[in-house]
Write a protein that binds this ligand. Structure first.
Ligand code: MLT
Length: 214
């Protein structure tokens, strides 16, 4: 590698092989790491450059992207701080690896930091696939997400994310101008084949994102 490795997050980077495939920013769920979502990224968008991060916060030894006070109750000051650090890292990684603005693909806690980053730093992401996300901040910041496509995939039987909460997140993103597709799958918090099919098809349709965000 000739470029300096960007600092701030433990991560893995896989260069892309397909010119039109958008770079993906992969953000794991609680207890995961930078290796977890690489196979998912490869399957969802073959040929995309993959930038896969490890959450910098430890909860009983499990990596996360921000602190929480209890299940579903977030330390919002920490959410804001960590979203800012993530936005700065994305800028450094784009310069180091020569990337267009990435599409975030986040699962659970990773989807929640992606949603917070969209709302707090809309300029750093070209769009997002939010898998089992919930509202990351009680008060929605004033964000301009006009033109940003967001796919939100929720689970009808999710014991962690109530249906009302996922709908509230979709509404927050829509009010900020994002083009939101919200689908509720017949699934729990874990991902199903239907999620993979829906996310893969959506990303395939967005393959122009790489060029348009460059
Ligand atoms: C969170 O803490 O971000 C959500 O409760 C999802 C989780 O990681 O369990």
């Amino acid at each position: 590698m000739t470029h300096p490795v960007p600092t701030g997050f433990v991560h893995r980077f896989e260069p892309g092989t397909a010119e039109t495939a958008p770079p993906l920013l992969l953000l794991h769920g609680t207890g995961g790491d930078e290796n977890d979502l690489i196979p998912l990224g490869r399957a969802l968008s073959p040929g995309s450059p993959l930038l896969s991060l490890r959450g910098p916060v430890l909860e009983n030894g499990m990596p996360r992207f921000f602190r929480r006070l209890s299940e579903g109750v977030f330390d919002e000051a920490d959410v804001r701080r960590r979203a800012g650090e993530l936005a700065e890292f994305i800028a450094r990684a784009r310069a180091a690896y020569g990337l267009a603005a990435p599409v975030a693909v986040g699962f659970s806690n990773g989807a929640n930091i992606a949603a917070a980053t969209l709302l707090l730093h809309p300029e750093v992401l070209a769009g997002a696939v939010l898998l089992r996300a919930m509202v990351p901040l009680a008060e929605s910041p004033e964000a301009d997400l006009v033109g940003r496509p967001v796919l939100l995939l929720s689970g009808a039987l999710d014991p962690i994310v109530p249906a009302e909460n996922a709908e509230r997140l979709a509404g927050m993103l829509e009010r900020a101008g994002a083009a939101v597709t919200h689908t509720v799958q017949p699934a729990g918090h874990g991902l199903s084949q239907a999620d993979l099919a829906a996310a893969g098809a959506w990303l395939g349709r967005k393959s122009g994102l790489r060029a348009s965000a460059a």
